[in-house]
Design a binder for this molecule. Structure first.
Ligand code: SAM
Length: 179
């Protein structure tokens, strides 16, 4: 849904942070063949991602890179994506990751998170609210968040323009643009 609904045509490179088996890179790359991308995850994940990228015949356009997103700089790209990453962490760590995404983007670049973004009034996205409770139980201090939360944290980091694109079911893409 992100590959269909977000206008990637303005960009050339994508960095998917916490990209696991590079599924986002493979789907977005198949839909937008002019893009090249990096799927960034912990080092033990890299060979698994590489296997999937090779099976898809996309080695020329997708690179799997190993690293720790709290210790290392994020791979630079026109678009930085994080699918189900920010909700794994507490507020302090969420803000660290947002600042790192900002640093990895050029002026005009887009930071996209894909999560069960909760509606600002916290009344409609029941799945997102329950997911937030689940993260709290699993990790003690992790939580899901609203579009307004995302806007406020990204605004603090320097991002200037925001949008929410509804994807499938309870899932949305929240997008912040670097001025
Ligand atoms: C909840 S999964 C999300 C995977 C994928 N983006 C998705 O939406 O399905 C979190 C991912 O973050 C990766 N991860 C966790 N800690 C990390 C770290 N410190 N540095 C880099 N990647 C990390 C995990 O290996 C895992 O692939």
């Amino acid at each position: 849904m992100l590959a269909e609904k977000f206008d990637f045509t303005r960009y050339a490179t994508v960095s998917d942070v916490g990209g696991a088996l590079a599924l986002l890179s493979r789907i977005v790359g198949a839909r937008h063949p002019y893009l090249s991308s990096t799927s960034f995850d912990l080092p033990p994940v890299v060979p698994l991602a590489q296997k999937r990228i090779s099976e898809a015949g996309m080695q020329e356009r997708i690179q799997a890179v190993g690293g720790d997103f709290f210790k290392d700089d994020l791979p630079k790209a026109d678009v930085v994506t994080m699918g189900n990453i920010l909700h794994d962490w507490n507020l302090e760590k969420k803000k660290v990751l947002i600042a790192k995404a900002y640093a990895a983007l050029p002026s005009g670049g887009a930071f996209i998170v894909i999560e069960n973004i909760i509606d600002d009034a916290r009344r409609e996205n029941v799945f997102g609210l329950l997911m937030s409770l689940n993260m709290l139980i699993e990790f003690g201090d992790a939580f899901d968040y609203t579009g307004a939360d995302f806007r406020a944290w990204c605004g603090e980091a320097g991002f200037a323009r925001f949008e929410i694109i509804r994807l499938a079911g309870p899932t949305s893409a929240a997008i912040a643009y670097k001025p």
